[in-house]
Write a protein that binds this ligand. Sequence first.
Ligand SMILES: [Zn+2]
Length: 379
Amino acid sequence: MASFPAYFEAVMSRNQEPHIPPRQIVDSWPDELEYAGDPISAPWLRDESQAGRAGVTTRPRDRVLVELGDSLPQLGSNLADPGRLFTGLPDESVDNADAVAIYRPWHFFRDEWGIEIYEHNLLRFTHQIAEAMCESPYLLAPIVFRQVLEHEYAHFDFEVIATRFEDVTADPCYREYCLSRYALRVRDEQTGPLEEAIATWREVVFARRTRGVLGPASSRYAKAVEMLSREAPSGYRDWPLLQDPKTRGSVVCDLCGGCILGYPFALEEGDWWRSTRTHRAEVPLRWMGEHENLKIFGAREKEWRRPTIKELERWLKSTYGASITRGKGSHRHYDLGNGVKGTYSTSAGHLLRPEAKQLAAKLEFPSDRELCIAILQGA
Ligand SMILES: [Zn+2]
């Protein structure tokens, strides 16, 4: 299966062509677009300070690619001081998953796409839910992390859907959707963006299915998540729109056709819009916080190694169409044809750290670690 960045790139570069008006329009919008609440853009385009992610660190050295552990950790057992993390947190509440993490769509962020998780707000969000159900935050930390990811993966799903539309219609709809149609009113009952209602519904469904891990605490957890989601901002709190299986499909179709495509469009109802586990595994997860706290959330730094010279060269050629020539001794030159040139040594058999750092800077990767992971994924 083609990886998503490659697919996104292929569709977007094709759609640089002059706009081709799509056919099969079943109706047309009124002249005046109506919004549910304020005509806002998607949260990933908003100023970070307004999005409630206060107190986060965004220094590149603090951002680390992570993956979820295979099993949930023994509760609090691997902590030197389990009382430390959840004490002294600021009082102001975190009222939705997008204040804890954010999906950065490939259409806007390219190599920086993926889900960013803000540890500081994840701690506060976990604490709130734990308090609502009179439970230890340590019991819930790995679960709440996955709950937030459920929400963010829904945003990923809709970027994939939008790209599939762009593929078929040659109409670059996703950027415009995020900028201006995100909060469009397509259903009378909406109080805000429909995509947030669906993403929050995913959280509620996730919470209702935790019996296997939480045991008897599961129903209290589900109730706490539902209660806090009802107090969430407009759009987010509209998740009960998805409760009724009879109307659920039409809500998704209204979002996909009306908002994302930009004109009412008849779509089949069903689960076609959901990504698979394999698709989700491609979404980079970036942890904005302390490395050593990852284990509390049942996550770890993504495993990586330095790519071999063969893997490096294959990646440079397939991604950039690089030309590679022999230099002095064990050195080789690469030329990406866009002004980016350099050399590397083949003597160690793998890409050396200083050379990886240089190449990462030239290709605007945040660090040599992210470059190496990109090479390993693409090679
Ligand atoms: Zn959201």
